[in-house]
Write a protein that binds this ligand. Structure first.
Ligand code: SAM
Length: 252
């Protein structure tokens, strides 16, 4: 079991199986319908959908809170022959770092609950309270990064996968190119979700294995955070999302 790929390199392949090909365009159409002109994708990751959006002529900026991920994105951006303003920032520091505000801030792609995630065992893991406190700061920073009337697009996994009552295990495969064994469990005492991904590339024989820990939050907890940060209205997103994701739009 070797991790020949960094997590972001692995994610760059995974995400294309999770969000269908037409997703970026549907999200773009929805944002245009809200009269959005400028966007910050603050969980920019490997550049999805920022690169697709740039190719659709959006005024989009990129940020991410992991320096290696920003470097990975810069290389992808060069490969895609687009030029997107990009910077490193943790969500919690976003408003302190930047003078600009945007019509839309994206924190999607199953990003938000990874705010204090960690990989494999760590000696001194963050507590739920610490993680929740950082979520509070992050949501406040998203609010401050928006122009008046601006919109935050944010998603979390649905309860059945984020906080399963019993451990689950499944195999995702197309029988030709990949076979991924995915197991998840949730401990209501520590509030930790454990997610194990054991992925096998059936063409190259490459195997990757990751065990990650996160503190998922419920829809009600997210609504509370958004309300406390000052958002005036929150709606379920009308954009088609994978069945195990819940996406929301919160208006400043
Ligand atoms: C699951 S990836 C999703 C990336 C992208 N949105 C997508 O759809 O592919 C989550 C991203 O959130 C970033 N992230 C996690 N915690 C963060 C934080 N506190 N501040 C900024 N970025 C963070 C990670 O570095 C990672 O690139």
């Amino acid at each position: 079991m070797t991790n020949q790929k960094s997590l972001i390199e692995f994610w760059d392949v995974q995400l294309r199986r999770i969000w269908d090909e037409g997703y970026a365009e549907k999200l773009s159409d929805y944002l245009r319908s809200l009269d959005v002109k400028t966007i910050l994708d603050c969980a920019g990751g490997s550049g999805y959908p920022a690169i697709e959006f740039k190719k659709m002529n959006w005024d989009i900026s990129y940020s991410d809170g992991v320096e290696g991920t920003v470097d990975f994105f810069k290389k992808k951006m060069i490969g895609a022959e687009v030029d997107i303003p990009c910077f490193y920032s943790k969500w919690e520091d976003l408003d302190g770092n930047r003078p600009e505000t945007y019509d839309a801030v994206l924190c999607r792609g199953n990003s938000f609950i990874s705010i204090n995630s960690y990989i494999d065992e760590v000696l001194d893991p963050p507590s739920f309270e610490e993680s929740y406190d950082n979520m509070k700061k992050a949501v406040k920073a998203f609010h401050n990064s928006l122009s008046p009337g601006g919109v935050l697009y944010i998603d979390i996994p649905v309860k059945e996968v984020a906080k399963p009552e019993k451990p689950y295990s499944r195999v995702d495969t197309d029988n030709k190119t990949f076979e991924d064994k995915i197991s998840g469990s949730y401990d209501p005492l520590t509030k930790i979700r454990e997610l194990v991904i054991d992925s096998h590339n059936l063409i190259t024989g490459e195997k990757v294995y990751y065990k990650t820990y996160q503190y998922p939050i419920s829809k009600e907890e997210l609504y509370k955070l958004l309300d406390e940060a000052g958002f005036s209205k929150v709606l379920q997103s009308p954009v088609d999302e994978p069945q195990y994701m819940d996406a929301f739009v919160a208006f400043k």
